[in-house]
Design a binder for this molecule. Structure first.
Ligand SMILES: *Cc1c(COP(=O)(O)O)cnc(C)c1O
Length: 463
């Protein structure tokens, strides 16, 4: 006799929860997802995540586990590692990969734990300038990221006028601060990173170079933007952003030998240190269902279809940037080379927070963001807009023009509402719902949702 508790589907056993999942599905279908870090993963990835692999404990690494019965998950993890090297054109003699990190943040913390001693020094792009929390963010009053609690972090900045990374200032600061590790990686930056310049700076100060390509790894895999591997010691990434896989992280590290300034050949010692930091240092059992999903993501990322997808992401972002500029908006750095752009609303008559809110109200999801030179991180003057998720749903340049028109109308409407409601966000929110302009908000939302319904979402044939 089977147990109902065990065999019932979630819609049979827990309709209260299932209703919320259904609402989320509706939300994803109705709205236009422009959060630059989000995407819609494939059916194959969802199949792996929901598979029996979630049942298996496999602490350790393939061939050296602390549990029995790992013959299948060993094969999967080795397959995942092999495909990970292949998709980024890496030789197994020169690079290794750890596919166990639970997500991007733990992957980064594992690298610092492995290679930088407690209170050792690191440098990363400042969070308000487009860096990530895990690159060491702290404020005057508080150490925000654990990276800044357990390590000493010094930010580098973008030039407030151009919005581009100030490599010269980075070099000067690095010479004074003498970091052990410099991080080249961004969550909000629309131009290529100059990895060679980062390498030169690292060589100058004797630091290791880590690229955190979390946002752009899908574009790197497809070969549509420069790859960091040539210049880096370590490369980390998430697998759920442009790479379009499951929520997880991976760490690539150099193997083999490096030649020092005296011409001596020395072995890299990253492999054992990084593997030990991930397990048993920071994590327990690896999520083999996620690792299987990463493996199939890597397989997909090698296809011609994925390459075309990645090219389309960039085309769409460029079209969005050009369209918004035609309508008179300012785009930080004047455009984009990647999957996202940063819209500077400082002269558009609406704050970043209000823009985010009015766009959400018309079913376009994005996030408010600081722009270079912003005084307050709490009240930023920009929004970040990305195209990976829309491109997955099949939007092309012409469709992006329609999205641009929706955004423009929403921002103008928001400006008018703001002029009536005054500066406070709470009053603005009230006016969006309850003023003579509310009906215009609703009309716009209906148009966006009707437009959105036309586009496909993978994995949505099921639940
Ligand atoms: C998203 C991101 C991360 C963290 O990923 P999580 O999976 O959210 O922990 C790390 N670094 C960069 C640059 C990112 O954009």
């Amino acid at each position: 006799m089977g147990s109902k508790l065990l065999s019932d589907t979630v819609w049979e056993s827990d309709p209260e929860l299932f209703d919320i999942i259904k609402s989320e599905k509706q939300r994803q279908r109705k709205g236009l997802e422009m959060i630059a870090s989000e995407n819609f993963t494939s059916t194959a990835v969802l199949n792996c995540l929901g598979s029996c692999l979630t049942n298996k404990y496999a602490e350790g690494y393939p061939g050296a586990r602390y549990y029995g019965g790992t013959q299948c998950v060993d094969k999967i993890e080795l397959m995942c590692q092999k495909r990970g090297l292949e998709v980024f054109n890496l030789l197994p003699e020169e690079w290794g990969v750890n596919v166990q990190p639970y997500s991007g943040s733990p992957a980064n913390f594992a690298v610092y734990t492995a290679l930088v001693e407690p209170h050792g020094r690191i440098m990363g792009l400042d969070l308000p300038d487009g860096g990530h929390l895990t690159h060491g963010f702290f404020t005057l009053n508080k150490k925000i990221s654990a990276t800044s609690i357990f390590f000493e972090s010094m930010p580098y900045k973008v030039n407030p006028t151009t919005g581009l990374i100030d490599y010269e200032a980075l070099l000067n600061t690095a010479r004074l601060f003498k970091p052990k590790l410099i991080i080249a990686g961004v969550s909000c930056y629309s131009r290529y990173l100059d990895y060679k310049k980062f390498r030169d700076i690292c060589n100058d100060v004797g630091a290791m170079l880590m690229a955190d390509m979390a946002h752009v790894s899908g574009l790197v895999a497809a070969g549509v933007i420069p790859s960091p591997f040539e210049y880096c010691d370590i490369v980390t990434t998430t697998t759920h952003k442009t790479l379009r896989g499951p929520r997880a992280g991976v760490i690539f590290y150099r193997k083999g030998f490096k030649t020092n300034s005296k011409g001596e050949k020395l072995p890299y010692d990253y492999e054992s240190r990084i593997n030990q930091a991930v397990f048993p240092g920071l994590q327990g059992g690896p999520h083999e269902n996620a690792i299987a999903a990463i493996a199939t993501t890597f397989k997909q990322a090698k296809t011609q279809e994925f390459k075309e997808y990645a090219e389309q992401i960039v085309k769409n972002a460029r079209r969005l940037s050009a369209g918004l500029q035609e309508k008179g908006y300012k785009v930080v750095t004047g455009g984009t080379d990647v999957h996202m752009l940063l819209l500077d609303l400082s002269s558009a008559g609406i704050s970043g927070a209000k823009a985010e809110y009015i766009l959400e109200e018309i079913s376009i999801a994005c996030n408010k963001n600081t722009i270079p030179g912003d005084k307050s991180a709490l009240n930023p003057s920009g929004i970040r807009l990305g195209t990976p998720a829309l491109t997955t749903r099949g939007l092309k340049e012409n469709d992006i023009d329609q999205v641009t028109a929706f955004i423009d109308r929403a921002l103008k409407l928001g400006k008018r509402i703001g002029e009536k409601s005054g500066p406070k966000l709470v009053d603005f929110k009230k006016a969006v719902h309850d003023s003579e302009l509310s009906s215009e908000v609703k009309v716009l939302r209906d148009e966006v949702e009707t437009f959105s319904e036309k586009f496909f979402i993978p994995g949505f044939e099921g639940y």
